[in-house]
Design a binder for this molecule. Sequence first.
Ligand SMILES: NC(=O)c1ccc[n+]([C@@H]2O[C@H](COP(=O)([O-])OP(=O)(O)OC[C@H]3O[C@@H](n4cnc5c(N)ncnc54)[C@H](O)[C@@H]3O)[C@@H](O)[C@H]2O)c1
Length: 320
Amino acid sequence: MRKKILVTGGSGYKGVKLIRNLIQHGYSVINVDKNIFGNYFIKNKYIKNYKLDTNDIFKVNLKNVVACIHLASIANDPMVDLNPSLSWETSVLGSKILMDHLIKHKVKKIIYASSGSVYGIKKEKRVKENLPLKPLSTYNKVKMATERVILSYKDKIDVIILRPATVCGFAPRMRLDLTVNMLTFQALKNKKITVFGGKQKRPNVHIDDIIDAYIFFLKKKNIRFGIFNIGFENLSILEIAKKISKIIKSDIIIKKNHSDARSYNLDSSKLLKAGFKPKKKISDAIHELKDLYNKQKLLDKPNFHSIKWLKFKLDQKKSI
Ligand SMILES: NC(=O)c1ccc[n+]([C@@H]2O[C@H](COP(=O)([O-])OP(=O)(O)OC[C@H]3O[C@@H](n4cnc5c(N)ncnc54)[C@H](O)[C@@H]3O)[C@@H](O)[C@H]2O)c1
């Protein structure tokens, strides 16, 4: 019988690809997502989809679920700033409700998608998991507080916290607000890349590697607790732009004003020591996006622009 995994936020950028891979790896899946960015539910006999807020997770029967991969949240700084209470309520309080429900159903493991951005600005060349957190934005603070809620259950359930770098690469529910994806798309569409500031250091991870990492921790029975960074190429925004312009002929325009001060180098040696091997680089993501764009498979859809899309939905309904 297939082992059953609960995925929250399974209709998102990472979630859709993750669920496909889980099915290929022989799992069955319960997906709980309120489909903020559209209906990306996959129809498959091994997937049960619930269009639901994670705060209402108690409505879902988790019988025989062995692990949870918790992705649901408002997933970047400007989106959280559109309605900060929504994130505190759904990510922090919602995660407490989720944890109680997991414990009630004797689920053995939770893997939480935190964020490398919880470190804030760090001068250290190697930002390791034991450094103090200095979250700058509300998004970063919510991520840190959610980690703490989940960690408070570690005597009752195995807890793995992943702190990913900014993810890049193609997915069916595409995100064009992420650094490499956004700058690559500008180069493809306008033959021009606009960089604000440019010196800020940002670590990166390919979407296929982050998904492999979730599955790696599902399978690793001997790792029952831990916080792990995952990011492999620490580059300044300008270095990323230059990489793109070499692959897709385009001009780089540098503007002085920038509001996003985050700057840090992630050190993922703990994850590598645990046995995880990344397979892809930023340049793979750029080539893949270029190829799909040329084949008209990477389109400019309104829901791929997460910030504008969420603003539109919030203005329309006052809540989501
Ligand atoms: N993509 C990145 O670069 C990155 C980097 C670090 C961390 N993360 C984290 O990984 C997770 C997934 O990110 P993503 O890029 O797939 O984002 P995404 O915005 O594409 O997906 C998030 C999904 O969660 C759902 N959701 C949000 N709030 C919900 C709620 N209260 N109840 C039910 N569903 C809800 C949304 O409908 C969406 O489908 C997020 O927690 C994010 O903070 C992402």
